[in-house]
Write a protein of this length. Structure first.
Length: 158
């Protein structure tokens, strides 16, 4: 059951996306000059459980931005992205998030988080089993653009 605030936020986000880049698509990497996205259809394609850290589905990849949903199943190590800024909205779940290697903050469904390229972020704890996010990356995030603080290349985040 979605709250009124959740629906208002979704409407605002989708309006913002249309203002940022009017080229939308129903399928990822499509170049239609219009379209309507239904995040719930993409979220339904994410596994409920996994041994991986994260799984994601791309809703849209434009020239200047990307839209995706992702679900985390295990803690996400400290990392950053060199090429894109990110806005994420926590759709389902409750997690602890550490930004700039600071003290983790507990955030719940409905939290809106953002960081610029180069800002270190991690999710050291998932309090709800899994957590599902809606993300807008500007410009679109290259899946290989993940730099881990401990120097390990954790392929599952790509």
């Amino acid at each position: 059951m979605h709250s009124f605030i959740y629906h208002c936020f979704r409407l605002t986000l989708f309006s913002l996306v249309f203002l940022i880049n009017p080229v939308m698509a129903e399928q990822p990497v499509n170049s239609k000059p219009f379209g309507v996205l239904d995040p719930d259809k993409f979220i339904q394609k994410l596994p409920e459980q996994s041994d991986r850290i994260v799984d994601h589905k791309t809703l849209f990849e434009g020239k200047h931005n990307g839209i995706r949903v992702f679900r985390i199943y295990n803690p996400v190590p400290a990392h950053y992205h060199e090429g894109s800024d990110t806005i994420v909205y926590l759709l389902e779940g409750e997690v602890s998030v550490a930004i700039n290697q600071g003290t983790p903050q507990r955030v719940k469904k409905g939290a809106l988080l953002h960081w610029s390229r180069g800002i270190v972020h991690a999710i050291p704890e998932i309090h709800s089993g899994t957590a599902t996010f809606f993300a807008i990356d500007t410009p679109k995030r290259d899946p290989a653009d993940t730099v881990f603080i401990d120097g390990k290349d954790v392929e599952v985040l790509q």
